[in-house]
Design a binder for this molecule. Structure first.
Ligand SMILES: Nc1ncnc2c1ncn2[C@@H]1O[C@H](COP(=O)(O)OP(=O)(O)OP(=O)(O)O)[C@@H](O)[C@H]1O
Ligand code: SF4
Ligand SMILES: [Mg+2]
Length: 348
């Protein structure tokens, strides 16, 4: 991993305006899908983006890949501001930044053969001219598929194999950053580990940077260098993997970790403390004042309703010590508290 910053996201926003009928009136409203988030990724580094449904993970993915345009803040790729570039100015970015989608069924055109699906990006970017077929076969081999299946259609492959085709398509143009939006959540549990292992192998071999989106912290534990925990359009905790998993400070992160399957139970060790999150995630149209997590937080006090907690390094004794040891660890809570007994592990 190099020290060079590849992607820098600053105060990124995506608000979706819409009109709705309230009583007899038509009123304007805004979905604050992503509401001021900042993070950066170095070459070869992997960031896990984790949070419950609707917190803004896919919107963030679509913004950094510039499939969508932000309504505020900035996205820099290799030092260049790409936030508002027009399609014809995005050519280089379309090669350097690739996306792997959640659904391996809808993300591949059923009328095209695998050969055609993988040749198109090569042609668009003028790569491997005259040797496209050899490159496509090489890509199939790279993702663990039979190169002789080049003339088959997506429907002739299983879900896991289709996701491998999606991965090959992303790799075809030799990108620098891959944004994988829940790439294994639509697959059978038994296949998930195989695809995760493939992604990890490719990431290491090709020195790729990754943004890996997931619902729960267990999935990204072994894959990420850093983790950003999102809640209702905001990042509530952000830091090196070790800090997030071994010394989380934000109540929401602690609840997510605590909800993960506990492998100790299967090993006959007493179950760890469980924090049960109650209630639903509030609407991003009218998020709670102050701290957005306060309506579900067991530690909430008056100040939580009036003042939004900034994303900063905590000032507890434990976090000050961890900070001195180095690494990144930021959290957004008025009353941060380190918890060390919540370890999310995906059962093998
Ligand atoms: N085009 C759009 N117009 C209006 N609202 C939108 C649009 N796209 C997303 N949203 C809203 O923005 C919020 C964030 O959506 P997003 O898809 O980014 O969440 P997510 O974290 O990826 O959720 P999931 O885990 O279910 O995939 C949701 O409330 C969603 O309804
Ligand atoms: S700021 Fe208050 S409501 Fe928000 S997480 Fe911290 S204690 Fe809970
Ligand atoms: Mg999503």
């Amino acid at each position: 991993m190099s020290d060079q910053t590849l992607l820098k996201v600053t105060d990124l926003q995506r608000h979706f305006p819409f009109r709705e009928v309230q009583g007899l009136k038509m009123v304007r409203a805004t979905v604050k899908a992503v509401d001021g988030i900042s993070f950066s990724i170095k070459q070869g580094q992997t960031l896990g983006l984790v949070g419950e449904s609707g917190c803004g993970k896919s919107t963030t993915s679509r913004l950094v890949t510039r499939l969508d345009e932000p309504t505020g803040g900035s996205i820099e790729f290799e030092g260049r501001d790409i936030s508002h570039l027009k399609e014809h100015q995005l050519r280089g970015i379309r090669r350097d930044v690739q996306m792997i989608f959640q659904d391996p069924y809808s993300s591949l055109n059923p009328r095209h053969t695998v050969g055609s699906i993988l040749t198109t990006p090569l042609q668009v970017h003028g790569l491997h001219k005259g040797k496209e077929k050899a490159r496509v076969q090489e890509l199939l081999e790279l993702v663990g598929l039979n190169p002789e299946h080049i003339n088959r259609y997506p429907s002739e492959f299983s879900g896991g194999q289709r996701q491998r085709i999606g991965i090959a398509r992303a790799l075809a143009v030799e990108p620098k950053l891959i944004v994988a939006d829940e790439p294994v959540s639509a697959l059978d549990v038994s296949i998930q580990a195989q695809v995760m292992n493939l992604l990890a192998k490719l990431r290491n071999e090709l020195d790729l940077a990754f943004i890996f989106v997931a619902h729960d912290l267990g999935v990204v534990r072994h894959f990420c260098d850093q983790v950003a925990v999102m809640y209702l359009g905001k990042i509530v905790e952000y830091g090196d993997k070790k800090k997030i998993y071994e010394a989380p400070e934000h109540p929401y992160t602690q609840a997510l970790l605590s909800a993960a399957p506990d492998i100790n139970v299967a090993r006959g060790i007493a179950p760890k403390e469980r924090i049960r999150l109650v209630g639903d995630v509030p609407s991003p149209i009218d998020p709670p004042s102050g701290c957005r997590f306060r309506t579900r937080c067991w530690k909430a006090q008056d100040v939580c309703a009036t003042q939004e907690p900034p994303l900063v390094a905590a000032t507890t004794e434990e976090s000050a010590r961890a900070f001195r040891e180095g690494g990144v660890h930021l959290q957004a809570c008025h009353f941060p508290e380190v918890k060390t007994d919540l370890v999310a592990e995906v059962p093998a």
